[in-house]
Ligand binder design. Structure first.
Ligand code: PBG
Length: 330
């Protein structure tokens, strides 16, 4: 049918019609909230490059998680800021069963058992060199790093994590972690795989939050391009997602989100595994900065960008805007 027999604007005439024909809606069930944890007690620190986003000591993180649950959020992603004196090239502190992450998981699950806890499994917060793997002769070792990730995953599962979330882009880590979890009797602990994670400039504020950026010293790469993916490529994203699914991933993730909507869409078309998208720190800070200058309207930008991630095909969205979104979609 052609104009004037068909008039698409008929379905855009008023808010009621627009609502009836809207295909995608955000609900609290779509959202995962990242929570940054640090040592101490009674501490809540604003992250300098992430306005209105905070690092919490465990006691206040517990309070935050309870509040998020009461608002309808079903899952939190935990990240830890590790003290400098506990960092080394082998990420030794990562496998401490009484470490910050392990303790945070236990206390959060004790206080709010219904909240799903996704624990970050990657070496970078523990690495004195700021890399997601052991660095040797300028290279980031793959297989040796997988061994540490496996041990780390077991300590998180022991502490009560519902999902292990390996975020480092080492090869073979999903299969390795699945195998060790099963061996230890944690066959019900899930894996959310950061399958398609790009070497992106949008992680800057997150690295401020955890003080986890690669250090600038001789013979240490200053970027993560040998493990995270090249923004110019999409086929390799399919390959990475395929590999992770075959190795046992329960959920696959695309990260960042807004610059990679095509990748989310490809994932949706090709796989039956649920898809998560991570609207990362830089996406958050960029919108805050523009809104502070009065150049963009904060609320509508938050809603539109997040909704577009859902429309692209994400089943769940990890976002620093959870509190704003709950307010906006109410
Ligand atoms: C590292 C990790 C990063 C993020 C999550 N896990 C940063 C990086 O790869 O350097 C970024 C999240 C964000 O920017 O919000 N394992």
């Amino acid at each position: 049918m052609e104009f004037p027999d068909t008039r698409p604007r008929r379905l855009r005439q008023n808010a009621s019609i627009r609502a009836l024909v809207q295909e995608n809606w955000l609900t609290p069930n779509d959202l995962l909230a990242p929570v940054f944890v640090m040592q101490g007690k009674g501490l809540k620190e604003e992250i300098s490059s992430m306005p209105n986003y905070f690092r919490f000591s465990i006691d206040l993180a517990v309070k935050e998680v309870k509040e998020l649950y009461s608002m309808g959020i079903k899952g939190v992603m935990l990240f830890v800021k590790v003290a400098d004196e506990l960092k080394d090239n082998a990420g030794t502190e990562a496998i401490n069963p009484r470490g910050l992450m392990q303790t945070a998981i236990t206390e959060i699950k004790d206080a709010c058992p219904e909240m799903l806890v996704f624990s970050d499994v990657a070496m970078d917060p523990y690495s004195s060199l700021g890399h997601d793997g052991i660095v040797q002769d300028g290279k980031i070792l793959n297989d040796d790093t997988c061994e540490i990730l496996g041990e780390m995953a077991i300590t998180h599962a022991q502490a009560g994590a519902d999902f292990i979330a390996p975020s480092d882009m080492m090869d073979g880590r999903i299969g390795f972690i699945r195998e060790v979890l099963d061996e230890e009797g944690y066959e019900d602990t899930g894996i959310l795989a950061y399958s398609a994670k790009y070497a992106s400039c949008f992680y800057g504020p997150f690295r401020d939050a955890l003080d986890s950026a690669p250090v600038d010293v001789k013979n240490v790469p200053t970027d993560k391009k040998t493990y995270q993916m090249n923004p110019g490529n999409s086929k390799v994203a399919l390959q990475e997602m395929e590999l992770d699914i075959s190795e046992g991933a329960d959920i696959i993730m695309v990260k960042p989100a807004l610059s990679y909507l095509d990748i989310i869409s490809i994932a949706k078309q090709n796989f039956n595994t649920p898809i998560a998208a991570y609207q990362v720190s830089g996406e958050y800070s960029m919108i805050h900065a523009a809104a502070q200058k009065g150049w963009l309207d904060y609320d509508s930008t938050v809603l539109e960008t997040t909704l577009s991630i859902k429309r692209a095909g994400a089943d769940m969205i990890a976002t620093y805007f959870t509190r704003d979104l709950i307010r906006l979609i109410d």
